[in-house]
Every structure is written in C-alpha cells, then in structure tokens.
Design a protein around this ligand. Structure first.
Ligand code: PLP
Length: 231
C-alpha cells in the first residue's frame, strides 16, 4: 500500500474531525503538501492520491520540480524569499506565503507586472517575536499591509505564521489564536484591495489545533512524506 496516499487520507480525516469539534465546514480548509527536499516522484504519488496543492520552500529546488512534474498541480511558495530570486517564481506559483517586508512585495509586484498578471500573497507575521524567525512584527503588520495593498499586481488574501515550537502542541494554540485575531482586526479596517480570508497555519505536529483555531491552509510535510534529511 502506498503510504503517501494513506497518510493523506488520515490527515484529511483528522482535519474533518477537528472541523467538526468546532463547527467549521471542512471545505474551508485546504491541505498543502509540503514537498521540499522530496523528489518529484513523491509529488506524483500524492497527486494520484488526489492531492493537488503543493508547497515548496527553496527557489532552485522548486524550479527543478516545476519542470519535472507535468500534472496540473497548484504550487505555493512558503519559504524565506530573497528579492533577487522572485523572478524565478514569476507566473509559476499561485500564492506566496512569506511576504514580510515592503521591498519583497515591490519586487513581486514588479515581476508579475511583466506578465500582466496578479499573484496572491500572505503576510507572514512573527507571532512569537522570535529573533530566529522571519515575519514582520505585530506592530509593523498594519502599516505594512496598508503599503502593500497599493501595489497592483499582487493581492493580499490573509496571514501566515510559523509559531514557536513546543513538544506539547497545545501550547501553540495561543499563537494561532493571535494570528486569527490579527486577521479579524485587519479585516475590520476594510482596507481597499485587502482580504483576510486565508490563515496559513499548522504543520505536521499541530495542524489539528490550527484548524480548531481557524486555519484555512495547513502546510504539512513530514506527516505526508516522512522525515526529511536535513539540507
Ligand atoms: C517545512 C515547512 C513546513 C512543513 O513542516 P512539517 O513539520 O514537515 O509538516 C510548513 N511550513 C513551512 C514554512 C515549512 O518550511
């Protein structure tokens, strides 16, 4: 039996159960299979199991797999991004989850303008205020969103976070809740060109809690594809 297919089935069941516990519609949650470090064959196995949305974190590796995988999958870029590499994502990804500074948003806007298209972006927030993590600070968030919202070739559709790690996943809950509250607060400002309907939060160890707290996109690697050998 194909364990990738089995893992995906199990995760979808767990997402449904988490939705049921809090009265959410499971259709409001999309699973992103985080395929970084894993070969294109694994993506194809997941695709044959019905998975169509994939997340990658490294630009060069994404380029390789983008060329290798011929199935009509939807790609999201979820990793840290340098402005000088944005052009390699142009037209190839449907969403970028890791926008945390104006200069990066401006470069994304510039690249997508060249192809006369728009791209969806999420603003990454450093909810745990950790020096080691990227993401804008909570205090920077609102002015950053306002500035990015004036750029024509991208659309802000929500927030993303990578909260602190705890062995007990329950301890992550307040950080997920914080991201949801930030999105609710911004949504109430009714900024032009800003929608806050996506919350990208939850990974292999804590996605059920993220779903209980309102995640609409969960990013799961290890629980689908198995452990990664460190890059
Ligand atoms: C690697 C990665 C994930 C997936 O993590 P797992 O614990 O393997 O599920 C999710 N989000 C981001 C931003 C990542 O880089």
């Amino acid at each position: 039996m194909n364990s990738i297919a089995g893992n995906i089935r199990q995760i979808c069941q767990n997402i449904e159960s988490a939705c049921r516990r809090v009265g959410r519609n499971p259709d409001a949650v999309r699973l992103i299979a985080v395929s970084k470090v894993k070969p294109a064959e694994d993506i194809e196995k997941a695709y044959r199991a019905g998975q169509t949305l994939f997340g990658e974190s490294y630009v060069q590796e994404f380029r390789d797999k983008f060329l290798q995988v011929n199935e009509p999958v939807e790609w999201h870029f979820i990793g840290g991004l340098q402005s000088n590499k944005v052009r390699y994502l142009r037209g190839a990804v449907a969403m970028i989850h890791s926008v945390d500074r104006l200069s990066l948003a401006e470069e994304i806007d510039r690249q997508w303008r060249k192809i006369n298209r728009t791209v969806k972006v999420l603003v990454q927030v450093n909810v745990g205020d950790e020096a080691s993590k990227s993401g804008c600070s909570v205090t920077e968030l609102e002015p950053l969103v306002e500035k990015i919202s004036t750029l024509e070739n991208l659309r802000i559709c929500g927030l993303m976070c990578l909260p602190p790690h705890f062995d007990d996943a329950e301890q992550v809950r307040p950080f997920f809740r914080k991201l949801r509250h930030l999105a609710e607060h911004l949504s109430a400002q009714d900024l032009p060109n800003v929608s806050m309907h996506e919350l990208s939060m939850g990974m292999s160890g804590d996605y059920e809690i993220a779903v209980e707290e309102g995640a609409t996109l969960v990013r799961i690697g290890t629980a689908i594809f198995g452990a990664r050998v460190k890059k």
